[in-house]
Design a protein around this ligand. Structure first.
Ligand code: SF4
Length: 664
């Protein structure tokens, strides 16, 4: 049986497909665009692209408005040249190549010498060389390495990094690494060979060991295609062709001769990274005609189906692995031959987020296919739609369970705000449900993280209405319930003074207010709370009593350790004579301050030896007088004072001294 096998890894890699796609987009926008050098190493594709307005240019100055950097990348000097020309630059440098540029740029700035393993004439290597800020050399084989090491002892003597051209031969790279280690002390190797290239080479190697012949499709200038031909050629008869036309003439005769040599002939087909699927199809079709074997058709269908994996359809939900993220899109692998792109606006519902804030390389995400271009081999996807779908499911569940949903206010719209839930659902919150007071500004909510309740869902229209206010109320009720549950006399709080009245202040205890009466603010006598606190002050308070029914909490700000009565009783005793200040006058006597916080009463009968009928005629507020402590009532914290007792003492003392004089 004659068999044709098409390699699964054959054809466009994602970097090339991405560059072609970017060029097509640019041509659709500008009409004619220029690429700096041929976009890919395939003349058929170049001709095809030329017909679509994508023209190769040798110099940036040839471009009129817009120049496209191909996947190989360019030296830093070229970017500067383009900038100086003032034309638009569309950078289609493959992210894998860009990563090498960044590595070289960074290490060479830090003083490392750079050794690039690759073909010094290849545009990718020229571009990498141009991103080095210090010394950089290129070697393509062991001979070149020996020559470099012998001729320049200073290169790499201090520190050296080694990178490889993305399409360099894996075996040669491994071999060269060993040799580099012999010549240089502690070189840092960066394994920069592209996975796509390595996989394609491994597959070609494996296919060529079980096939009688291999057909390698690729441009004569494509280094990765030449490499494939080299690998296959070392194992079996190999035909290196650019397209199906090359299967005519001598190649056709050689193939016919091979096919007729045995009943069982296996021929493999692989293709370089710059070969589009339609050329592979054509080659396969031509080969089928050459073989003229019924079995081949079935094989062909299976092989092509395998190769293209046409199972992708619009609306299909797929798992995608993020392989690159840039400012405008995320590039993803969906496990088919297609290149997948998620434009920034399809990544998230939050327009403020940049693509790299939504996904990172290596993430596996759920997406939906929104557009397919099989001819060019790409698909567009949306993460946002899947998120919104999942978000809607979560929102419905939240409504059912009356759960609070977390989200971020992403837009201020007419009549309210739009909130994007953590799961990607877009929810409208009317101004009346925003929790912003009537005189407040909805704009203050922009970008804020909020919780909301789902109050209305219209699945058909995909409309969800939420209430931040309801979520806030629920949260506040929960806080209050917990507060009352845990409240007890003696519990201490530090709260903010929220309002003030002449009789005391109200303190926020964390969602619930408590009252500190004027007399409980301080041990000292004050006439108004403002003498000791201001609104906004933090106050240490202790619960004196509370009433959960009436939602009242009585607090004291007095601390037992500051109690002046304690100080008084330790320092003073009955019989002590004290200087006191009259603080108030009453019909039955005068109150006098002994120490701050402790007043004593001078009863009207204890003011003078003479009878006093009006206290105010004898004493006045502010007056300092001497009095004797005549009684201390510990239980009631009361002190009795007497001025009269001092007058009587004086009289007795005078009498005593008269008697003494008489005796003498
Ligand atoms: S071969 Fe690899 S590095 Fe080169 S363009 Fe393709 S994906 Fe990028």
């Amino acid at each position: 049986m004659k068999q044709l096998i098409v390699g699964e890894k054959a054809g466009f890699c994602f970097g090339v497909r991405r560059a072609v796609d970017m060029a097509l987009k640019a041509a659709a926008q500008h009409g004619i665009v220029y690429t700096l050098g041929p976009l890919i190493h395939n003349n058929d594709v170049i001709d095809d692209l030329r017909g679509k307005g994508i023209i190769p240019a040798d110099e940036p100055s040839q471009a009129e408005k817009c120049i496209i950097i191909r996947s190989h990348g360019v030296p830093d000097s070229t970017y500067r040249e383009i900038e100086a020309l003032g034309i638009e630059c569309i950078d289609a440098t493959c992210p894998y190549v860009e990563r090498i540029h960044n590595t070289v740029r960074r290490y060479s700035s830090e003083g490392y010498d750079v050794l690039i393993v690759g073909d010094r004439n290849h545009p990718e290597v020229i571009g990498i060389l141009g991103s080095a800020n210090g010394r950089a050399e290129v070697v393509g084989n062991n001979e070149e390495l020996e020559k470099l090491a012998d001729s320049d002892k200073k290169f790499g003597a201090k520190s050296l990094i080694v990178v490889a051209q993305t399409t360099f031969d894996m075996c040669k790279w491994t071999d060269l690494q060993k040799n580099i280690k012999k010549h240089y002390t502690n070189p840092h190797f960066f394994d920069t060979i592209c996975r796509a290239t390595a996989e394609r080479q491994n597959e070609a190697s494996e296919m060529s060991s079980r096939c009688d012949a291999m057909i390698v499709i690729g441009g004569a200038h494509s280094s990765n295609s030449r490499k494939l031909a080299e690998i296959c050629g070392s194992k079996c008869t190999t035909f290196f062709i650019e397209n199906s036309d090359d299967l005519e003439g001598g190649n056709r005769e050689r193939l016919l001769s091979l096919l007729s040599s045995s009943n069982d002939v296996k021929i493999g087909i692989t293709a370089g990274a710059s070969t589009p699927a339609y050329i592979i199809k054509e080659v396969h079709r031509t080969m089928s005609e050459i073989i003229k074997d019924e079995a081949v058709d079935a094989e062909f269908a299976a092989a092509i189906d395998q190769m293209e994996r046409v199972r992708v359809y619009t609306g299909q939900r797929v798992k995608a692995t993020v392989v690159a993220v840039n400012k405008t899109e995320a590039v993803v692998d969906i496990g088919t031959k297609h290149s997948g792109y998620i434009p920034a606006e399809e990544l998230s519902n939050n327009p403020a987020l940049a693509p790299d804030e939504v996904v990172k390389v290596g993430d596996v995400i759920d997406c939906v296919v929104t557009k397919i271009n099989d001819a060019e081999g790409y698909v567009y996807l949306s993460k946002k739609q899947v998120d919104a779908q999942q978000g809607m499911e979560k929102v419905l569940q939240a409504k059912e369970e009356n759960a609070t949903v977390e989200g971020t206010v992403t837009n201020i719209v007419k009549g309210g705000v739009m909130v994007t839930s953590k799961d990607g659902a877009r929810v409208f919150v009317p101004a009346s449900q925003s929790g912003v007071p009537r005189n407040g500004k909805l704009e203050d909510l922009q970008g804020k993280a909020v919780g909301f309740k789902v109050i209305e869902v219209n699945e058909g229209r995909g409309r969800v209405v939420g209430s931040i206010k309801a979520a806030e109320k629920e949260a506040s009720d929960a806080v209050k319930a917990k507060f009352w549950e845990e409240l007890e006399v003696g519990k201490k709080f530090v709260g903010e003074v929220k309002s003030m009245e002449s009789y005391g202040v109200f303190v926020d205890l964390g969602g619930v207010d408590g009252m500190v009466h004027l007399t409980e603010l301080t041990w000292n006598r004050v006439k108004h709370p403002k003498e000791v606190v201001s609104i906004g002050d933090k106050l240490e308070v202790t619960v004196k009593s509370y009433d959960p029914e009436k939602k009242r909490v009585s607090l004291t700000a007095k601390k037992p350790e500051d109690n002046p009565w304690t100080k008084f009783t330790t320092e003073f005793a009955v019989g002590d004579i004290v200087k006191v200040q009259i603080v108030s006058i009453t019909p039955f006597g005068a109150f006098a301050q002994i120490i701050p916080g402790v007043d004593g009463l001078i009863h009207i009968s204890q003011i003078s030896k003479e009878r006093v009928t009006n206290v105010a005629q004898v004493l006045s507020v502010g007056q300092i007088v001497e009095a004797k402590i005549t009684e201390i009532d510990e239980e009631k914290s009361r002190v009795s004072l007497s001025m009269k007792a001092l007058l009587e003492d004086d009289g007795e003392e005078a009498a005593d001294s008269d008697e003494a004089e008489d005796e003498e």
